[in-house]
Design a protein around this ligand. Structure first.
Ligand code: DGY
Length: 319
């Protein structure tokens, strides 16, 4: 029997692509460029599966035009806001994601952003690098201490829970808001809040870990930002859509929010140039899961789902 044909619109890790080429007929976009809706639709007529990233958009319009040959979209991402799941389901296309395997790497980046934003890493680095460091005093470059502060986490899924674990190493007091309260084993003393409105006033540091959905889009708007304690630090490693970026900029300029650490933006790639002039904003280009180990694990997890599907089993990460 002919091997199923898979399309890899982005360049996954070498180990993942080697495994894919061993087991499947593969079409690999070695140029690693983004694909347009038209290219995705055209390619769907010649493959049985696609292994995309969050950079390929399967909107309702695309879903409607996909060729009936395409049977599975095995995402190389945990977030699936780039996929219109009901529209793909209506076309009978199986969709999977890659949870669990990127939690450690993403929590690391959240910690980095939290520390970097609080301790003025961008200002300091630019000053030393630019040869402008010509002064020192006890009142110089004073930041906000992370150790012992209160951390509010919105979305206590896998990444949120790993971040809480890392933050406990800094003796942070953990507060969280989640659709469902965790059991005591998972909560480990963290304080549950049944709404962002209850959580925000105690979040000296706020880290977002929920998916982008119609319900969470614009979650951190000006009203909610104003509920944070004065001098709070906002961290986002989830999705740009969760934050009203103009409202965040205004809150930083007014001094209500002291700093922000952002790995995700409304517009990607590129980010928001309005933040460029604010040294209080520590920015990274959506690299939460970008470690060698995690990229391999994400690729393997996506291929595990493909393997299950083409051998007649239910993929572990079926959405
Ligand atoms: C994810 O897995 O959702 C990350 O944002 C990388 O795509």
């Amino acid at each position: 029997m002919a091997r199923p044909r898979l399309w890899f619109p982005r360049r996954l890790s070498n180990a993942a692509l080697e495994r894919a080429q061993r087991d499947y007929e593969c079409v690999i976009n070695w140029d690693d460029t983004e694909s347009s809706a038209e290219e995705i639709i055209a390619m769907s007529a010649s493959v049985d599966g696609i292994v995309p990233c969050h950079s390929e958009f399967f909107t309702a319009d695309v879903a409607e035009k996909l060729d009936s040959r395409l049977k599975i979209i095995a995402n190389h991402s945990v977030g699936v806001d780039h996929c219109d799941l009901p529209a793909l389901k209506a076309r009978g296309i199986v969709v999977t994601n890659t949870p669990d395997v990127l939690s450690d790497a993403t929590a690391e980046i959240a910690m980095l952003l939290m520390l970097g934003a609080a301790r003025r890493a961008i200002e300091g680095d630019q000053m030393v690098r630019g040869g402008a460091w010509d002064f020192w005093s006890p009142s110089f470059m004073v930041g906000k201490q992370v150790t012992g502060a209160r951390l509010g986490i919105i979305g206590m899924g896998r990444v949120g829970r790993v971040l809480a674990e890392r933050a406990r190493g800094f003796q942070m007091e953990i507060h969280y808001c989640n659709r469902k309260r965790l059991g005591p084993e998972e909560e480990k003393g963290a304080q549950f809040h049944d709404s962002p409105e209850s959580l925000l006033p105690v979040a000296d540091f706020l880290s977002l870990h929920c998916p982008a959905t119609p319900q969470t889009t614009g979650l951190m708007n000006s009203t909610r930002l104003s509920l944070l304690p004065k001098g709070a630090v906002v961290v986002n490693t989830a999705r740009g859509a969760l934050i009203d970026e103009s409202a965040l900029k205004a809150a930083i300029e007014s001094g209500h929010v002291a700093a922000a650490g952002l790995d995700c933006f409304l517009s990607e790639p590129g980010g928001n140039p309005d933040f460029a002039g604010l040294p209080q904003v520590f920015m990274l280009p959506h690299i939460g899961s970008a470690t060698v180990e995690t990229r391999d694990a994400m690729g393997f997890r996506a291929l595990d789902n493909v393997d299950a599907f083409f051998s007649g089993r239910t993929p572990k990460d079926l959405l």
